[in-house]
Design a protein around this ligand. Structure first.
Ligand SMILES: [Zn+2]
Length: 62
């Protein structure tokens, strides 16, 4: 019987997938940190656009 980890080693993940994942994490981090301080009044649309997602992830905003 083989371990489940041995099956995962057969999966080839392209290098660009790690770059896309990292970019997604960076964008998510920046959006979650945006609370009106970094972008000022122009960030209200951004804040409202991601508001429900922020609450779903447990980010305090108000
Ligand atoms: Zn909120």
């Amino acid at each position: 019987m083989t371990s489940p980890a041995a099956g995962l080693s057969a999966v080839r993940v392209p290098k660009w997938a790690f770059a896309v994942s990292l970019l997604g994490l960076i964008v998510t981090y920046l959006v979650l940190q945006e609370n009106g301080l970094a972008l000022g009044a122009s960030s209200e649309l951004l804040h409202e656009f991601f508001h429900d997602g922020r609450h779903a992830l447990g980010v305090p905003c108000h």
